[in-house]
Design a protein around this ligand. Structure first.
Ligand SMILES: Nc1ncnc2c1ncn2[C@@H]1O[C@H](COP(=O)(O)OP(=O)(O)OP(=O)(O)O)[C@@H](O)[C@H]1O
Length: 260
């Protein structure tokens, strides 16, 4: 096993005097690992993400990424959220290029290397099936297409850490499953580290190597479950018994947390 890429040592965070939002988190994520966080609403999943990416500092404990303490917004991460949040006045291609215009070191090279960067964006868009939509505006895309573009935008600067906060939560079940496969294939090809926050236990079990189950507030990790289903994982696998049993077990656990 490689050294931890993301590590949380006794981490707690209190936003205000109402007490800890998350408490005593100890975990290690290895480079290239795909982890998912599940738990009841308000248990601190998004808070975990903010700590990981340096958008908040812990009240107690230590957060490290790639061997360094996280002291401010992390440049090696890409993020995507439930809402695609594409800029409506930019085409799909220009939305995907945005991080390269902003993030160091690319922003300093943007003008000079624009053609090369456009090539990266086109390649990524083609990978997720949006080759013909590069010049369309967000309002000309379906919700699923917008989310594909938003994942491309999160990956364009080749981040080592991809943070996904319920990225498929607003999509219909069919589109969601399609995008699981898009994400699975991108991850298989590039092996960036992924932290996925989701309410969807099937999604967590299908995509992740490790699922962390969190308790109600103050959020603590109450279980680390290794998903040993063979890879690559075809979608059909989700209709087979081992997968169904796994999701049932996770569901039972969340049910216990909710009623406790
Ligand atoms: N900026 C903030 N200031 C004060 N309290 C906050 C802030 N952000 C989150 N909280 C509180 O911290 C707790 C954890 O919130 P968080 O958004 O991390 O939970 P979550 O598990 O992601 O929730 P959900 O599943 O509903 O999205 C909640 O009780 C929330 O009200």
């Amino acid at each position: 096993m490689s050294a931890a890429f993301v590590s949380f040592d006794d981490v707690s965070l209190a936003y205000d005097r109402s007490g800890n939002a998350i408490e005593d988190i100890n975990l290690s994520i290895h480079e290239g690992e795909f982890v998912a966080f599940v738990g009841p609403s308000g248990c601190g999943k998004s808070t975990f993400m903010k700590l990981c990416t340096g958008l908040h500092a812990p009240t107690q404990g230590k957060v490290q990424v790639d061997g360094n303490p996280v002291t401010g917004p992390l440049k090696i991460s890409g993020m995507a959220f439930q809402n695609a949040n594409l800029l409506p006045w930019r085409t799909t291609l220009d939305n995907v290029l945005l991080p390269l215009e902003i993030v160091k070191p690319y922003c300093h090279q943007f003008r000079k290397r624009r053609e090369e960067f456009v090539g990266w964006a086109r390649k990524l868009l083609a990978t997720v099936g949006l080759a013909e939509y590069e010049d369309k505006y967000p309002w000309q895309l379906s919700g699923g297409m917008q989310q594909r573009a938003s994942i491309c935008r999160a990956l364009i600067h080749q981040p080592r850490l991809l943070m996904l906060d319920e990225p498929f939560g607003a999509l219909d079940a069919f589109t969601r499953e399609e995008l699981w496969c898009v994400l699975r294939d991108l991850w298989e090809a590039q092996r960036f580290t992924v932290v996925l926050v989701t309410h969807d236990l099937r999604e967590a079990a299908f995509l992740a190597d490790t699922v962390y189950v969190m308790s109600r507030r103050p959020g603590r990790v109450i279980e680390k479950r290794t998903i040993s289903l063979e890879r690559p994982r075809p979608l059909e696998m989700t209709y087979e018994k081992p997968f169904i049993d796994l999701v049932q077990a996770l569901r039972a656990q969340i049910g216990e947390v909710r009623s406790s």
